[in-house]
Design a protein around this ligand. Structure first.
Ligand SMILES: [Fe+2]
Length: 317
């Protein structure tokens, strides 16, 4: 004779309304703290709803120069980076017509790669802190995201294309459906197919995996971006992207900021390298972006390393 077995009845779980993208430290319900509302209010105030929708639907978006709204910053960034390139190469590259750059093979194409430029001039801090760009990056990665790397690339004419890939470097699939890393690249020269622009497979972020070897070399479904100098191209780390070979003379100049969620290891240790002067001349968000406010960062609330051997634990931010 069958007997009914009483099922254990647990405490009902609270309904979690917050989107995973905006989760706090532990549970969205108790630590979300209005983050989604703040982030969306910023998007609305800046008129970036279409861009946010594109990030959701396509996995990438392009901020036009008037949306970036940074005045002549792109022009000054371009000249500063050309100064750096001139120091390195011994001549000032001509972005329009020059073919004099000796094309080095780099992980992101042929050209002259300049890592960690942000530590060489405060101008790049202005680019990092540009409100419109940060609004969309916050939409993707949360208010506590950090800067993973900063660099610049002067891409030159060469036959090779950059194969399709995601920026979830080293992460096994499946990826979570939301971004864990994201890229904001300033186009400091015009982008077009002939200029060797970046290309995206629309909607590929929803696949939540890397392309296979075969898929990586088949970019027939990718769309190459055309955008004027001064635009900022933003994409989820999940989105499949590559780049067209540059067929025009001259060079494609870009400033690249990679961001990640606070719990991931940044590619560059900004929190160790950033100067006190840089922290002092920027606001608190900059300190967060440098990884100096992240929980479990090993830094105390003053940004100083915690000496765990002394049992010090009471000053976490
Ligand atoms: Fe990439």
């Amino acid at each position: 004779m069958a007997t009914s077995v009483e099922q254990p009845v647990g405490k009902a779980l609270p309904k979690l309304n917050a989107r995973a993208e905006f989760t706090g430290l532990f549970l969205p319900s108790d630590s979300h703290d209005g983050a989604e509302e703040r982030v969306m209010a910023e998007i609305l105030e800046l008129g970036l709803e279409r861009n946010a929708r594109e990030l959701d639907n396509l996995g990438y978006t392009v901020l036009a120069p008037e949306q970036v709204a940074a005045g002549d910053l792109a022009d000054r960034l371009r000249e500063k980076l050309l100064d750096f390139a001139e120091e390195n190469l011994g001549f000032r590259p001509d972005l329009e017509n020059g073919d004099q750059i000796k094309a080095e093979i780099t992980a992101i194409g042929r050209g002259h790669f300049m890592p960690a430029v942000m530590f060489k001039d405060p101008l790049f801090e202005q680019a990092l802190m540009t409100r419109s760009v940060l609004a969309l990056m916050t939409y993707l990665l949360g208010e506590n995201c950090v800067l993973s790397s900063n660099s610049a690339m002067l891409k030159v004419r060469a036959p090779e294309k950059l194969e399709l890939h995601t920026d979830q470097v080293g992460q096994p699939a499946p990826f979570p459906p939301y971004a864990q890393v994201a890229n904001a690249t300033w186009a400091l020269s015009d982008y077009s197919p002939e200029d060797g622009a970046i290309k995206f497979v629309p909607g590929s972020h929803k696949l939540a995996r890397h392309p296979t070897v075969g898929e990586a070399i088949d970019d027939s479904s990718a769309i190459t971006i055309s955008a004027p100098a001064g635009s900022v191209i933003i994409w989820s780390g999940n989105t499949w992207h590559g780049a067209a070979p540059r067929t025009n003379p001259g060079g494609r100049l870009s400033l690249i900021f990679l961001f990640c969620r606070w719990y991931l290891m940044p590619q560059m240790m900004h929190r160790q390298w950033i100067s006190q002067e840089a922290l002092a001349r920027n606001d608190d968000r900059f300190t967060v972006l440098m990884g100096k406010r992240s929980p479990y960062s090993g830094l105390d609330s003053d940004g100083q390393p915690v000496d765990f051997t002394l049992g010090q634990s009471s000053k976490f931010a």
